[in-house]
Design a protein around this ligand. Structure first.
Ligand code: AOF
Ligand code: ZN
Length: 374
């Protein structure tokens, strides 16, 4: 086999590296959660497995090299993202790789961060280390979509969830009782997605209607509750909401219009929330693209949007949805309600998305779609 040939073992071990990285998604922002595996090239025995650490440092390669100690000399390193070459708060991973005497480096995707962008590969190649790039790129792009979208578009990647009855409604008509759509199992799946997001996003109408806690309540994942973000143009968030009551323990940001009430802001800030002022569109609502750019500037890479159908349709209109989960219950509403899928999402779904996979969870069908690559 030539040095640059990709073997089935290379793909398997890269699959492991990508999976390791995915585990810490939601905990490493503003950094990507990278996965790294070190193996003995003669036997493929695993010497170390690592992911980027909570808070974004140390980086995955540094952790793996530290774990392997002297065994790193001559080992093969599988890493889901190009090793960094810049002096940040930690020394460059590319230098650590050279210093440890790694024999071969196998990388999945190039790092779009302009501080790295090819320099990591150049440093490794210049040291005479065998380098194989581009192994399982589609999987790595999916795992690192948050990082990629933040660097390339200046905003976090958005996963959006919708639930609908079998006849397509997300809610009853205004003024009627709240509608429970998804079963407990689908609810657990939602909590699993929450645990891997940097932030959960809702519109204030969802708070007013449902008073959600927006935390992770799965066994073993209690410490994985992400930050909460509320889009609230006029600062209508009630002080009596569960969200405000828990703002002392779970970080909460409220994005409001530039002209929102100053006194309302002071009260929320006193409760421990961050208030972020953002431009309005011509209709007097938050300009969603500008709001998402502010979230990107504050470091968010992966946002899970659980707002209702109105926010979902506006996000679709502005091309801001990257992954979409649609939960469909087995029972109909049986009377007119609020459609789950609005006109913008309907046309965007057919045009911009492809089906990924689906699951049956108890009585619910959950379908996952993702934005087609450009
Ligand atoms: C790696 N391995 O595990 C991660 C990387 O702020 P710093 O110094 O930690 O650098 C952050 C940048 O490093 C980030 O934007 C991305 O380009 C890269 N992340 N690189 O070699 C890792 N998390
Ligand atoms: Zn690094």
């Amino acid at each position: 086999m030539s040095r640059d040939e990709v073997s089935p073992a290379d793909r398997r071990l890269m699959g492991l590296a990508i999976a390791l990285g995915r585990r810490n998604n939601g905990r490493t922002w503003p950094n990507p959660s990278v996965g790294a595996v070190l193996v003995d090239p003669a036997t493929n025995r695993i010497l170390a497995e690592a992911a980027t650490q909570p808070g974004g440092r140390p980086h995955a390669e540094a952790v793996a090299i530290g774990q392997a100690g002297d065994l790193a000399r001559g080992a093969t390193l599988y890493v889901s993202l190009e090793p960094c070459a810049h002096h940040g708060r930690t020394p460059p991973c590319a230098d650590a790789i050279v210093a440890a005497g790694i024999g071969r480096v196998v990388v999945s995707m190039d790092d779009p961060d302009p501080r790295v962008a090819g320099r990591g590969h150049a440093r490794i190649a210049a040291a005479g280390i065998a380098l194989t790039r581009g192994v399982m790129v589609d999987e790595a792009l999916r795992a690192h979509r948050g990082h990629f979208t933040r660097i390339r578009e200046g905003r976090p990647a958005v996963t959006l969830k919708l639930a609908r009855t079998s006849d397509g409604y997300a809610a009853r008509l205004p003024g009627e009782d709240r509608l429970m759509i998804s079963g407990e199992g689908a609810g657990h799946a939602v909590h699993l997605v929450r645990a891997h997001a940097d932030a959960i996003l809702v519109g204030v109408d969802t708070i007013l209607a449902d008073d959600p806690r927006l935390d992770v309540r799965l066994p073993g994942l209690a410490d994985r509750s992400p930050l909460r973000v509320v889009f609230d143009t006029q600062l209508r968030l009630p002080l009596s909401s569960r969200l405000v009551a828990t703002a002392g323990t779970l970080r909460t940001w409220v994005v409001c219009g530039e002209d929102a009430d100053q006194a309302a802001e002071r009260v929320l800030v006193a409760e421990g929330l961050d208030v972020i002022r953002s431009p309005l569109d011509s209709g007097g609502r938050l300009d969603l693209r500008a709001a998402m750019a502010l979230l990107g500037a504050r470091g968010l890479t992966r946002v899970f949007s659980e707002g209702g159908p109105t926010l979902a349709d506006a996000m679709a209109r502005d091309g801001l949805i990257d992954d979409l989960y649609i939960g469909t219950a087995s029972v109909p509403l049986g009377q007119p309600g609020r459609p789950a899928i609005g006109p913008n999402l309907r046309s965007s779904l057919d045009r911009d998305f492809r089906f990924v996979e689906s699951w049956r969870i108890e009585q619910d069908l959950v379908e996952h779609f993702e934005r087609r690559p450009c």
